[in-house]
Write a protein that binds this ligand. Sequence first.
Ligand code: SAM
Length: 332
Amino acid sequence: MDFSGLAAMAGAHAEARAIQTAVKLGLFESLDRKSLDAAGLARALGCDPRATGMMAAAMASTGLLEVTNGRYSLSAAARRYLLRSSDEYLGGMILFDEAIFPLWSHLDDTIRSGKPARVPDMFQSEPADTARFIRAMDSLTRARADARWVAEHLDLSRVTTVADLGGGPGTYLAAMLRRNPALRGYVWDLPATLAVAREVLAEREADVAGRIELKSVDYLRDDLPGPVDAIFLSNIIHSEDEQTNAEMVRKCAHAIARGGIIIIKDHVMNSDFTEPRAGAIFSLYLLLTTRGRDYSLDEIAGWLGAAGFANVRIQTLPSPPFTSSLVTARKL
Ligand SMILES: C[S@@+](CC[C@H](N)C(=O)[O-])C[C@H]1O[C@@H](n2cnc3c(N)ncnc32)[C@H](O)[C@@H]1O
């Protein structure tokens, strides 16, 4: 690694923070219909003209804005990913990262103590936090097109009912149902999340929402309803500790009909936890906010085997843009 590579990585928070703040202030939305100079942009945002000019120049330097004769306009990337009206809006995820940014300043304490920097409540305590969290999941999945990839590559031809455990906004389930017209689905999740899922499904997935049932399930306390032919867990095991995951996989085995499948989508780490790199860094975020971390294939296969699943297979999604894998197994 050379100087420039290291310096760019070690200072990446400044660029990240600038973009998060620009989204939060509404800078990109205010340029949706017309280009503006710094003074006009400052008026639109209700911000200081000198400071706004500096922010606009910084955003132009990243390629998110273009500047001609002192007037700023959106680049193609900003129009595609940073406008709420876009199907590929990534702003939901960026606003979540903005809100949790202060947690990163506690990383040293967390490494010393091993304890999270906030109560690991999965953002269920305040409705505004739940909405930001669940809309972040929807936004990331949609912008990167994970849900479409999964729906296109997962063979659900022998499945008639699928449960999305911790399904959040239901983005994956909706894509699976769209691809498989005879399929019916459940989102099993906590009540605060289901309230947001109801809104998201009505807004964006109206064509398949009639085939989705939302059911309040706490996988920590409840047995899972069933039987279903398949259970899908995306970004679930990484929030829980080893013992909880072993128990959760066991509960899934009880709820899946004989011959049915479990599908786990997550960062699946190599044996020394260094690859994928996105997963190694993400584990630190998980340390700050949850009881979990990213796990290796051996660990996941161990829980599956102990719960009576066989034919464990891994399929790694193409990177970039993806950073995760699908692990599937069949209940005998
Ligand atoms: C990181 S999000 C993943 C959402 C979705 N599966 C995805 O990949 O976009 C974790 C999800 O697990 C849900 N969850 C957390 N703890 C839960 C529990 N004890 N029982 C059921 N769902 C839970 C959260 O509400 C949230 O929807």
